[in-house]
Design a protein around this ligand. Sequence first.
Ligand code: UN1
Length: 511
Amino acid sequence: MQSLLQKLGLQANNRGSCFGSDGWISNDDGGLIISTNPTTGEIIGTVETASSKSYEQVLSEASKSFLEWREVPSPQRGQLIRDLGNALRENLEPLGELISLEMGKILPEGVGEVQEMIDICDFAVGLSRQLYGLTMHSERPGHRMYEQWHPIGPVGVITAFNFPGAPWAWNAAIAAVCGDTIVWKPSEITPLTAVAIQNITNQVMAEHETRGIFNLLVGNGPSIGQTLVDDKRIPLISFTGSISTGRKVSKQVATRLGRTILELGGNNAIIVTQDADIDLTVKAVLFGSVGTAGQRCTTTRRLIVHSSIVDKLINRLIEAYASVSIGDPLDDNTLMGPMVNEGAVSNMLNAVQRALDNDGILLYGGKRLPEIGSLFVEPTIIRMREQTPLVCEETFAPILYIMDYEQLEDAINMHNSVPQGLSSAIFTSNINTAENFLSVGGSDCGIANVNIGTSGAEIGGAFGGEKDTGGGRESGSDAWKGYMRRQTVTINWTNDLPLSQGIKFTGTEQD
Ligand code: UN1
């Protein structure tokens, strides 16, 4: 473990606020966060939390750097992100391993997360030459109209424990080519990953003789997160986390008329029709519901299955679940690691109990696995007669609820009858059914897949969801527009002043 930490420039005790290679700030009145390995309960290292003084220092650097960075032509800004992508490539394995160690996802998923960071850097480099604005035909002769996009300012990025790197990268790589600087408040559960990433950005910023573009503030949500959310110097807060916290963040930022990009919870379902390929379905459900120990916001939490195949699918799933090896996420054979902490485990067990108290039938799992470690649980399948209020909640755990349906219309209704709207999928070999699911009356989610599970989205599309998921979009497509301000420009190149809408506004002396 020591050599891994060393490779990533980490020590036993790390500073947690920074704005560049020489900008690690020593803690004075801040506290200490202890990072523990959820697999063993051992301490990996500690990180000093930002104090109010270091907060001010970081914010002032980020604001000052913004004024310079916004003047750099965006293709040149892209060069910094190209080098960040390359630095991440060099650190693919160790950073992936650290994510695994600190968060508990299996190594291929930890490495996959770093790959997702690299992918978004590649995307952002191309984007740096494509921050296009439209031109419009003016209704007035001799006038030209167009829109242009300007950087918006320092952007606050608050991320969650389950993806300690990728959502930062979706925001940071895009915001940086857009000309913004970034102030990152990572989850207090995964501070070492954040410090390691900051070390990588520090190296890249130093090579480009710049600082204050990528900035870090490790601290608790109620102190540092809260201060950031209320800070008028931050025109945009991009928040990933729970619906309840997202609601508060949204309200507070709205009060100061700032902008938010919210990526909140999901309660993602797969509809399985009578003509679905069962082998394909089983593989997708297994990855979607057991992957990352059910702790992705895109995790498959509900299965809505045609009644004619529900028993067959259940048997196949029980077989697949029984073959899942659970244990140390860094072991080659492991498919499922630990839950993140005791709170997550007790939330899961409470939900299982509530489901069983409400007519649910336990088909698989439902218990702790103390012989492996205190945070290990069995992935769980529960058959529900109907979609109860509990099923409509997001429990951030590997619980899969199975319901059945007769008519596709009922399946889609059930699918959409939850407060969240992140990801969705249908398994079918019938094109009409697939198109029905994708039509305006079909899935109401931000992501809709056919014959692919709910999790594991690529970076090229816009990522996010509707309803209680918060409506934000990050990552690919035109999500970059969220990180810039749009300016509509009209130029008159004549000596006349015709008014729009044909208005005549002339004084009496000219009549
Ligand atoms: C998250 O769980 O917050 O689509 C992000 C996925 C990943 C990202 C998940 N690309 O599952």
